[in-house]
Design a protein around this ligand. Structure first.
Ligand SMILES: [Zn+2]
Length: 291
């Protein structure tokens, strides 16, 4: 990793009119939340499920421990409580971009952006959020914030199950609510989802032709949901710059190479490094203004 590249990116942040952030699993992993790993957090939170089913990652368990609503809500509830938390790295990312207009596209379902201070109307969660719920009969047009319901139901957890009476239920039809996550090929695009989509379109219109900086954080090279659209925006916008951070695999479409930078490294050290560079530079310019 060349230091001068990070300096260039910090300059781009300061010089930009707006910042469009795309984020996927790689960012969560750098924050210390790896849903693919048989790590200490997984063993601590899901040790009993791990024994019971032989699962070896939080993601694998989410696809396995769902035979009954009782077990599914025990599993998803624990995941929401232990994986949807505030992280220091996300707070540093917020510090880095908060003074510029920004918008976030993410497939992460851990809600880390909002917990770190990003405004919910600027965060478009394309695959939902672990702490949100909806009625399977779609009685309501919007998802329900289920954070308190989850804390409450987990107090009554018995082994790997939530007893029937503590399952979250629709106040209209009585059905057990579902977590707002993709369910096979179905994903509930509720009213909030549509509003965020509209916010995103308005953001793109507002900063059309302006200096738009696209920061892509931990997205796999072949990702079609976020990476491909971001590269298309970089291509179509004459004054856009595109910066992709990923550990191990960097891909930049040939058409946008001249306006792009790829950083192969770990965001857990890159984000603090960039924040440090920015703060050093800010304090220098403040000192200069005093003379
Ligand atoms: Zn209902």
């Amino acid at each position: 990793m060349k230091m001068n590249n990070l300096e260039t990116i910090v300059e781009m942040i300061k010089d930009s009119d707006a910042i469009l952030i795309g984020a996927s699993n790689g960012l969560s992993i750098s924050e210390g939340y790896n849903i693919f790993a048989d790590d200490d957090r997984f063993k601590k939170v899901f040790g009993d499920f791990r024994e019971k089913y032989g699962i070896r990652s939080a993601l694998q368990g989410a696809m396995t421990a769902n035979n009954t609503d009782n077990e599914m809500w025990s599993y998803i509830g624990r995941m929401a409580q232990n994986y949807s938390t505030e992280t220091p790295l996300m707070k540093e990312l917020h510090e880095l971009v908060k003074d510029k207009p920004h918008f976030i596209l993410t497939s992460n379902t851990d809600g880390h952006f909002q917990k770190a201070g990003f405004k919910p109307d600027k965060v478009f969660e394309l695959e939902g959020n672990l702490t949100e719920m909806y009625c399977p009969n779609l009685c309501y047009g919007e998802v329900i914030d289920g954070e308190e319901l989850i804390d409450e139901m987990l107090k009554h957890e018995v082994g790997t199950e939530i007893p029937d009476e503590y399952l979250p239920k629709c106040s209209h039809c009585g059905s057990v609510l579902k977590p707002h996550l993709p369910d096979g090929h179905f994903f509930f695009q509720d009213n909030n989802y549509n509003k965020r989509y509209q916010n995103f379109q308005e953001f793109l219109e507002k900063y059309h032709n302006k200096k738009l900086l696209i920061l892509e954080l931990g997205i796999g090279p072949y990702n079609q949901m976020i990476k491909a659209p971001l590269m298309q925006i970089a291509y179509a916008e004459p004054n856009a710059n595109y910066v992709t951070f990923n550990k191990g695999q960097i891909y930049i479409a040939p058409e946008i190479v001249s306006k792009s930078i790829g950083i192969d490294g770990d965001l857990s050290s890159i984000i603090p490094e960039m924040l440090n560079l920015m703060e050093t530079e800010n304090s220098k310019s403040e000192t200069n203004q005093n003379y």
